[in-house]
Design a protein around this ligand. Structure first.
Ligand code: GRG
Length: 307
């Protein structure tokens, strides 16, 4: 899909990429601070955590936290730490997803996966420690002075990343080929595995901003549509992009016989569906007017990206 298909002029897309890059730099600095190397032989696990987090991801989830929090003028010192916590969960999920017991991948973000660069046991520990550290960051007073807001952030992220969210989606993913999932089951799998983390990123910005429940509902609707569009774009890239462009193996879903919107309906219908989802995501932002421009651009970006 081209930027114009997504209804976004290419100069806005360039501006968005710049803004995503600037936020990524700030998030990287925050992650660097939050993951200091200890003395002693246990530093190996922190080296693996740093290897898999400070390694050039797009930082889309932290961007969504920061841009949603910006709607409410939340200080960046808070939203960046919350974004870093979400990124830690995302990175842990990638480390574990790449393990031989799961997707068994050698390449991630253009480099050897964590278990290739270190070893399997260290990778399991690095993922576990990133998951744990994320909640330590959320519960720190440096992330927000209000206890109630911090506890809401913890509950939201736990819900989205656990068995009722991303982990549940990953379980379905492991079962998908054998259970021969239909379209509805495939959409549910993807909403849990990928969509929940993107949607909760937007919600956490709203929680930081003490948004009213109906406002949080709109942010969630935006995130759910963006997540579904992101997944279709990911499946299209898996089918059409090169390993060098993506920095990871491609064509694995097809080889494993896993259903995706693309495999069920073909790339043409998948592109149309992704565009409709972007339009729905953008419509959910109506109440925010011009202040939500960067979130609108993020929705268009998810389907125009090449990696
Ligand atoms: C192991 C608990 C557990 C969960 C794994 C995230 C995940 C669940 C699996 C990753 C497999 C995958 C390719 C999912 C599709 C969507 C996705 C999460 C893509 C990677 O996210 P990007 O494009 O990656 O934001 P970067 O590298 O930019 O952070």
């Amino acid at each position: 899909m081209t930027p114009n298909d997504a209804g976004l002029a290419s100069h806005s897309l360039r501006a968005f990429r710049k803004s995503l890059g600037a936020t990524a730099n700030d998030v990287n600095a925050c992650l660097d601070d939050l993951l200091p190397l200890p003395e002693g032989p246990e530093r190996r696990v922190v080296e693996a955590m740093r290897y898999s987090t400070l390694d050039g991801g797009k930082r889309l989830r932290p961007f969504l936290v920061v841009a949603s929090a910006d709607l409410f003028d939340v200080p960046r010192t808070y939203s960046l730490r919350i974004g870093a916590a979400v990124e830690m969960i995302h990175c842990y999920s990638l480390i574990h997803d790449d393990l031989p017991a799961m997707d068994d991948d050698d390449l991630r973000r253009g480099r050897p996966t964590c278990h290739k660069a270190f070893d399997e046991a260290t990778s399991i520990l690095a993922g576990d420690a990133l998951l744990t550290k994320a909640f330590a960051v959320l519960s720190s007073v440096d992330s927000h002075p209000d206890d109630f807001i911090r506890s809401k952030l913890v509950a939201a992220l736990a819900d989205a990343s656990g068995a009722e969210g991303m982990v549940g989606g990953q379980m379905l993913d492991l079962l998908a080929a054998d259970l021969d999932f239909d379209e509805q089951q495939t959409e549910r799998l993807q909403a849990l595995k990928t969509g929940r983390m993107l949607a909760v990123s937007c919600q956490m910005g709203g929680i930081l901003g003490q948004a009213e429940p109906e406002v949080l509902k709109d942010l969630d609707a935006y995130g759910v549509c963006l997540g579904a569009a992101f997944q279709i774009a990911d499946d299209l890239l898996d089918m059409e992009a090169s390993e060098a462009d993506l920095g990871k193996a491609t064509g694995k879903d097809e080889a494993a016989g896993k259903a995706t919107f693309v495999s069920l309906h073909g790339p043409g219908r998948a592109r149309k569906r992704a565009k409709t989802l972007v339009d729905q995501a953008v419509a959910a932002l109506d109440r925010f007017g011009d202040t939500a421009e960067s979130l609108r651009a993020a929705a268009a970006f998810t389907v125009s990206r090449r990696s």
